[in-house]
Design a protein around this ligand. Structure first.
Ligand SMILES: [Mg+2]
Length: 404
């Protein structure tokens, strides 16, 4: 049987790289923002928002992902700040997944900028996996304009750990025989799925490196961390039997989710992200002339706990505002203030007609909103997604006391 070979492909500073690609696509002479101190983040004049992604020069100035933009500006007054644009990210992400699928028999997208590729058995076609990864990395750069890290191993866990080693634009292997040398010396907080509270418990047990966890007594771990203790023990020993699974798209739903490069703790930031997700979903629904009547919101916190809520709408809708309002209500009910890793909005029960009556008042209001959405869609189609932004975020943020 062929030896299992898994690649984990991870885009370097995805949001910033993708913004650089967008700018260079519009104007090949434009300054490459990867070469200057630059970040993706909220709007400067609002003094809100955090650093979502940073260039290498920004990182050399000491700027960290997830820190408030005001702090970043103190470290680097000439910092260039660009707003996030999730539909650009979605396009780049789709292009990457398509390219990966053209080579890999099975691709599992893990987040907007990462995927596992099961390359088992492809050695006959492509040759040695490490040299093929180098070719793949080169092709991604040549065709799509951005760099990736590729981690290679015999399972998903080890491949993902490997892609996280030195960045950017690097290939790393972490085969079982390399675990002792490459993984065990790392701090236990570097282990995949070791969330903040688990790491704290492990520290209390005197376990600070992955190697110490691998050598710990699994019964003791189980006692203190329940079943997750046993899982982490297996991971520390490089054991992960989970297969690469191609996910099938829900046929009649429209979803969008994002794994954040930092832990979001601010309600307004979260709602800004939800609005971007809803904008993207709304545009896709209207493009298909569809309607949705169920909205759900999913959150994954920093300890990888997943929670979600859903609601049924009284009528099918294709209006961004309606989806957004409902998603916000769900979010407010769901969120317990724990740091958020992933936010997802899913809509379903789509049908091709709007089947329930609105009340008279709603009809009038919804007609206005539909016209607004149509106007926004057509402006974006002509001038790009950043040409127009809803005033809602501005309004909401004005109500908040400004911090500084
Ligand atoms: Mg990445």
């Amino acid at each position: 049987m062929a030896k299992t070979i898994i690649f984990h492909v991870d885009v370097n500073s995805a949001f910033l790289s993708w913004e650089a690609c967008r700018q260079l696509g519009n104007d090949p002479e434009a300054l490459d923002i990867r070469q200057i101190p630059a970040i993706i983040g909220g709007r400067r004049e609002l003094r809100h928002g955090v650093v979502l992604a940073k260039s290498i020069p920004a990182s050399k100035a000491g700027i960290k992902t997830g820190e408030p933009i005001v702090h970043a500006l103190k470290k680097c007054p000439n910092l260039q700040i660009f707003p996030p644009d999730f539909s650009v990210y979605r396009d780049r992400s789709d292009a990457l997944m398509e390219l990966l699928r053209s080579y890999a028999p099975c691709v599992q997208q893990l987040s907007i900028d990462e995927a596992f590729c099961d390359m088992t058995g492809t050695e006959i076609l492509y040759g040695d996996p490490v040299s093929f990864a180098a070719k793949l990395k080169q092709e991604i750069y040549a065709k799509l304009g951005f760099t990736v890290n590729i981690g290679i191993s015999s399972n998903k866990l080890l491949a993902k750990m490997a892609s996280d080693f030195e960045k950017p634009n690097k290939i790393h292997t972490l085969f079982p025989e390399e675990i002792r040398e490459k993984m065990w010396p790392l701090p236990v907080s570097d282990l995949l799925y070791a969330g903040r509270s688990s790491v704290q418990k492990l520290h209390n047990l005197g376990i600070f490196t992955i190697g110490e966890l691998a050598a710990a007594d699994p019964d003791v771990l189980q006692q203190h961390l329940k079943s997750h203790g046993k899982e982490l023990y297996n991971y520390a020993n490089g054991i992960d039997p989970s297969p690469v699974e191609e996910q099938s798209d829900a046929p009649k739903g429209y979803s969008n989710s994002i794994t954040l490069p930092f832990d979001c703790t601010d309600r307004n930031d979260a709602k800004g992200i939800i609005l971007s997700l809803c904008e993207n979903i709304g545009t896709r629904i209207r493009k298909d002339n569809a309607f949705v009547s169920v909205v759900s919101v999913t959150l994954v916190d920093a300890d990888f706990c997943k929670s979600s809520h859903q609601t049924s709408l009284p009528a099918g809708t294709n209006i961004t505002d309606v989806i957004y309002e409902n998603a916000c209500k769900l979010f407010d009910n769901l969120w317990d203030n724990s740091p958020i890793r992933l936010i997802g909005v899913h809509t379903s029960k789509a049908s091709d007609q709007c089947y329930t009556q609105y009340s008279l008042f709603d009809t009038e209001k919804n007609e206005k909103l539909e016209k607004l959405d149509m106007a926004i869609d057509s402006i974006r189609l002509r001038y790009g997604d950043n040409a127009i932004k809803r005033a809602r975020l501005l309004d909401e943020r004005k109500k908040e006391p400004t911090e500084d």
